[in-house]
Design a protein around this ligand. Structure first.
Ligand SMILES: C[S@@+](CC[C@H](N)C(=O)[O-])C[C@H]1O[C@@H](n2cnc3c(N)ncnc32)[C@H](O)[C@@H]1O
Length: 267
């Protein structure tokens, strides 16, 4: 079968790729702090997440969209790996930081920045300007509903007052951005569950159901450790106490949901 190649992995030498994770459990104990990665934005992800997705699902010079770009972790990785990218964030201040950090990273790939709500943004002009009509990978790292207060901006998913509002808002982002994803290509959603009023809210399950209802093909559910969370690390014993008292387990993992857009996808 002559499947179209979606990455630069040389399958004749597949055994040589020690850097590429193929298991669904990612235990990464040290964040990559190289280059312009500072890891100081509350709610950022470790660079190894976009790094793995980019190497696995794109080739050099492909285009990647990050619909919740924050401090630009994905775009810094795109620069390092010679991929072009578009980063969207509703918050213009953090977008400026993303721009500053990613465009000064070593590399020559093209980077575009859009200050907008990903549920309504129109990418036609940016795509036209770069002579492309689709992107080859989308990465989503939305707020985990309201656990971090990012800003007061209307449209920020962290400001949703109910779970339904959050899932519907995320659904709009998916509909509005995956139309720009090339068919048969992949998207990764990085999300964690949350704990509210004594109840575990499985955001990852709600999001998975949402994507399945749109007929995206579920390729993997990756579980990644989050043992490095600064807040938790400094308060380990108090979390153990709370856990024992409250009958719950302390979060030490998050999810990377990998889906493929196919001809059957309802977008
Ligand atoms: C979890 S953070 C992303 C962090 C990023 N991965 C990093 O490493 O810095 C989520 C981001 O989504 C942005 N955001 C929330 N709702 C949005 C929306 N509707 N459209 C675009 N950006 C949004 C927030 O401003 C925040 O910067």
């Amino acid at each position: 079968m002559n499947k179209k190649k979606i990455n630069d992995i040389d399958m004749k030498n597949w055994k040589d790729y020690d850097d590429i994770i193929t298991d669904s459990l990612w235990i990464i104990d040290k964040r990559d702090n190289s280059g312009n990665h500072l890891g100081d934005y509350h709610g950022n992800f470790i660079p190894q997440i976009p790094n793995q997705l980019i190497k696995r699902y794109t080739k050099e010079n492909d285009w990647i969209l990050d619909a919740f770009v924050g401090s630009g972790t994905t775009l810094i990785e795109c620069r390092k790996l010679n991929r072009n990218a578009i980063g969207i964030d509703i918050d213009k201040n953090i977008l400026e930081i993303a721009k500053e950090r990613s465009t000064t990273e070593l590399g020559t790939s093209k980077l575009e920045f859009i200050n907008s709500n990903s549920a309504v943004v129109n990418l036609d002009e940016i795509l036209q300007k770069n002579n492309i009509d689709k992107v080859q990978l989308i990465i989503y790292h939305p707020p985990y509903w309201d656990i971090i207060k990012f800003n007061n901006l209307e449209g920020n998913l962290a400001n949703c007052t109910t779970l339904d509002e959050f899932i519907n808002g995320f659904s709009k982002v998916i509909d509005n951005t995956t139309k720009y994803l090339e068919c048969d290509r992949y998207l990764g959603i990085v999300i964690g569950d949350i704990y509210k009023n004594g109840e575990w809210i499985p955001l990852n399950s709600y999001v998975t159901q949402l994507m399945l209802a749109k007929n995206f093909l579920l390729k993997s559910i990756v579980v990644k450790n989050i043992s490095e969370t600064k807040a938790k690390q400094n308060n380990k014993s108090i979390w153990k106490y709370r856990s024992l008292l409250g009958g719950f387990y302390v979060f030490s993992h998050e999810y990377i949901l990998i889906f493929q857009k196919t001809k059957k996808t309802n977008i």
